[in-house]
Design a protein around this ligand. Structure first.
Ligand code: NAD
Length: 403
């Protein structure tokens, strides 16, 4: 059956169930156009970048910066839904195709995608083989995975839970599908839920990747590896930093120390962790309270002209703080590229706004409009250039993009 479909937005529990392939061409293309206007980074010195989780969010913008600003070949491992008889495929699946489509037109470098479970040994082995077959040693490994599940050694799926620890949290969030603000109550996590979240989102898998690549002599001299944490401020503390996901991030941050010792002694490289700012991604929108916080933060940062796109944020991270000499590091050795978000005045204004606005006012903030626009666009919707009534021939499009 030829898949000719009209794709409409479908959202449940702030998760998009559909993605618009034509719109995603603009989503990826716009980020690439942004990158083309920004400066080059360490040109010619970073030849090969491996990204774990490079199909969306921070991983995708990191991949675009690696290819377009650093001039590197990229290898991306992500886990996305392919088109089937009933589904058009996930946004990240199309992002990968469009990234390679544009890169083929614009660049002379090579770009590989593996659509596989990054947690598995088999996937790691496949990447190792791909690197060996193509004579590639890696200069930078970006670990940007966000997942709700990870298989344990017995093959059973362990699930993370985004919950507070030791207290009940009550707060506001958006129900995006219904266009309303809702009060939510999140009960504290059990010990098992804490352990499971650390297992899924902590640093264990990042360590596995780096040690395996190192054992196969696939990291170049001076190789760096980086992963992304989030610190945030007082208004997100209970649900994030002091909650289950915060415990997982503490584990990820500990892994940075372990990896730094290893990689500095074996390849004279370094392992880094950057606290990135809160942005709209598939993963962040799912966190209770985060949407209302991000909308208010955007409102404040847009008014103060400190708002940065996801692409510019990652470009600045690599240009100034990974390879440049403007690194801001805190007492826990974390790169603080989020300094504009956690700036005291910005935090105070954001908290004031969150406390003072009525639900209706919250829905009508400029920051909320930006938040929603980004949420729709990262799934391929709300682009003026696209006719959303037009049928898409998925098979034809796949043929065209894979040719
Ligand atoms: P995202 O959901 O947009 O991207 C997650 C990526 O992980 C996708 O490429 C997805 O395919 C991949 N992935 C998930 N499970 C996989 C699996 N089993 N195997 C292979 N790939 C898999 O998420 P994001 O928000 O960009 O998050 C990336 C990292 O950045 C996370 O560590 C997150 O905590 C961190 N971070 C995010 C924010 C934010 O506001 N979004 C802020 C600070 C830090």
């Amino acid at each position: 059956m030829s898949k000719k479909v009209v794709v409409k937005p479908q959202i449940r529990s702030n998760v998009f169930l559909t993605a618009h392939p034509i719109g995603l061409k603009y989503f990826v293309g716009n980020q690439i156009n942004e990158a083309k206007k920004l400066s080059k980074i360490n040109k010619g010195k970073i030849n090969n970048v491996l990204i774990i989780g490079g199909s969306s969010g921070y991983g995708l913008s990191s991949r675009i910066v690696s290819a377009y600003n650093m001039g590197a070949n990229t290898i991306n491992v992500s886990f996305e839904g392919e088109p089937t008889e009933r589904r058009v495929g996930t946004a990240g699946y199309w992002n990968n195709l469009y990234f390679r489509h544009f890169a083929k037109q614009d660049l002379r470098t090579k770009h590989f995608d593996l659509n596989k479970d990054a947690f598995s040994d088999e996937t790691k082995q496949e990447v190792i083989q791909l690197l060996k077959d193509n004579n590639i040693k890696v200069d930078l490994v970006i670990y940007s995975l966000a997942s709700g599940v990870r298989p344990n050694e017995a093959g059973d799926l362990v699930r993370s839970a985004i919950k507070p620890i030791g207290k009940v949290v009550v707060g506001k969030t958006f129900d995006i599908a219904k266009g309303v603000v809702q009060e939510i109550t999140v009960n504290p996590a059990t010990e098992e839920e804490i352990d499971n979240t650390v297992f899924v989102m902590g640093g264990g898998d990042w360590q596995n990747w780096i040690t395996k690549l190192m054992a196969n002599d696939l990291l170049n001299e001076g190789c760096k590896t980086i992963s992304y944490t989030y610190v945030g401020g007082d208004s997100t503390k209970d649900i994030y930093r002091s909650g289950t996901i915060g415990r997982a991030k503490e584990d990820l941050e500990r892994s940075q120390n372990v990896l730094n010792q290893l990689i500095s002694s074996k390849c004279r490289g370094e392992a880094l962790i950057s606290s990135s700012k809160a942005v709209v991604t598939k993963a962040s929108v799912f966190i209770p309270q985060m949407p209302a916080y991000v909308a208010c933060l955007y409102d404040v940062m847009m008014a103060d002209k400190t708002h940065e796109s996801i692409l510019k944020h990652k470009h600045r991270l690599f240009k100034d703080m990974v390879y440049g000499n403007k690194r801001i590091v805190d007492n826990d050795n974390r790169i603080r590229i989020d300094h504009l978000e956690i700036d005291e005045k910005t935090q105070n204004k954001t908290i004031k706004l969150m406390n003072e606005v009525s639900d209706d006012e919250l829905l009508n903030l400029g920051g909320t409009a930006e938040f929603l626009q980004e949420f729709y666009q990262m799934n391929g919707f709300n682009f003026d250039e696209v006719d959303y009534e037009q049928e898409i021939d998925v098979d034809e499009l796949l043929k065209e993009l894979n040719s």
